[in-house]
Design a protein around this ligand. Sequence first.
Ligand SMILES: [Zn+2]
Length: 684
Amino acid sequence: MKKLMICIGMAAALVGCSPKEEKVAEQPQPQEEFKYLVDEFADLRIMRYQIPDWDQLTLQQKSYIYYLGEAAKCGRDILADQNFKYNLTVRKTIEAVLNSYQGDRECADFQNFVVYAKRIFFSNGIHHHYAEDKFFPEISEAYFADLVKNSDVNLLPLNEGETVDDFIAFLTPVVFDRDLYKMRRSSEDDIIANSAVNFYEGDIKKADVEAFYNKMRKPNDATPISYGLNSKLVKKDGKIYEDVYKADGLYGEAITAIIGWLQKANEVAENDIQRDYTKKLIDYYTTGDLKTWDEYNIAWVQDSVSHIDFVNGFIEDYNDPMGIKATWEAIVDYKDLEATVRSNTISENAQWFEDNSPVDPRFKKEACKGVSAKSIIVTTLGGDCFPSPPIGINLPNADWIRKDYGSKSVTITNLMEAYDKAADECPRSVLAEFAYSQDEVDLCKKYGSDADVVHTNLHECLGHGSGKLLPGTQPGALKEFSSTLEEARADLFGLYYLADPKMVELGVMPDAEAYKAEYCSYIRNGMMSQLARVELGKDVTESHMQNRKLVSEWCYEHGKDANVIEKKVENGKTYYIINDFEALRGLFGELLAEIQRIKSEGDYAAGKAIVEKYAVKVDPELHKEVKDRYNALGLKPYGGFINPEIVPVVENGKVVDYKVKYPSDFVAQHLKYGKEYSFLKAKH
Ligand SMILES: [Zn+2]
């Protein structure tokens, strides 16, 4: 998985934990109070994100971001068409209705239609963005026909000579028929015939695709290109060929628009390195040559100096049932200097942390090197990253490039912050439900998101890299328990050090209280709230969840005599309260030492015993209680965003500045994009 998606588990850690007071002073705030959560419908919530420190950029940097941002918006139609062959037809019809329908817009039917429209915009098509099944409008077919008939006929994507009635007859089953185009991507054989995605055309079977690409792949190729990444595979008159995405090929109109903005961007790039790889990207878009795509990635991944960065291309293959073809996506971003300095500080002190850790000296690394990860601020999301983006990205995807040239691993801080603050604005929160006292809620709101980010940094930059195996221990000795134990080891390393005075000394943590917020939310999540994601009657199976359960339950049990963590039940609701933070830190240290021993010695029996005792089985009563309490909150499981608008300020015919505006109307943004960034013809 190259994309780090926000999930309920992370949201549970993020919900309600945000350092309101501190950040307000640092950021120039808009006049009125900035609202993050702006809309909720179906199972979705719509948020806005801020672009901090915008005014510290130079005019040239702002221009560069602006041009890259325009390029990021030009591929919206490509993604819709890739997802399903009639998505553009459906979307353009919906846009026509929203832009021109003459009837009553206040009635319940119309409001239900608007919900459907928003879901189409959110999912870039008629299938759920995550579940991938088709969703339906809560209106009748007759009402839908009425909407289309009472809209401007010139805005409808009609074929030459087609009547509106004929068009409605075509479109109605596409929208309403429950059996037609049921899944965007199906795992049922034949996976291609059963998937509505538009990567394959004509009567193509799974075996045809395999045969076609196996013929291209060379055995023992050390630098294989990503065959099939940027094309549709078509079967016509018994012949199979690729229709390549390129300037004079498939999606050419949109790709040409993207190239135009990339060329403008290159005129104001920060340096020659950027100019060179962007030129390679333009060449790739022009020719469709995947060798050029690899060359671009190799140059791009090695650029660590530029302040501004971007992703733009056919990149992730999750949507293709065959895992070959990539959807189009784009983001534009720049370095979050403050957060990057923090993770660098942690990395630079890797040896100190290793030397002072509570594990047996025999298991410590003599020479320890931290991994540094970059934190970024996004300015525009596009394609498959919009409106529902990842919060972290690790690219490029080609394994041999990652091995030979490395990869860029980034965390998107302004999106994480937006998730946090939006959860704060919601009156129903996981934090308020599962925290025992108002003090605990206040503590988490004050320090929670900072402490969580630092814990993640410690986990990623140091935790996984710490410690060593004893000579003779096989790396795979812990077998099926290895990933749970490995995650526990990394988490414990972070938890133990979060409370160390060294963290405040290094300026990584704000003060000696802040770590308590992470301790509270970790135990709350590990003992209870994460169980909301597990089906009743099932065990905990996912390794990160097992790890959190193991750590929490082990510490609860081992601190029971001293009442370190106390279980209280009030009004039928269970709570876990930390009475002694110092002692809990001691327990984290003890468990870290034990799990490091298990790993270093390859003690499979001990690893199996500890995982099976603490990480897997759920108390059925507590499980049911947690699920009931969580469901009663009525939280929307999926989130997405409205892009800020970057607007040129023109004086005497010259652009003198770029201002950031924060629109708050989800539908209006999509109608604007539909007017200004739609380059492909809807075909049916
Ligand atoms: Zn990990």
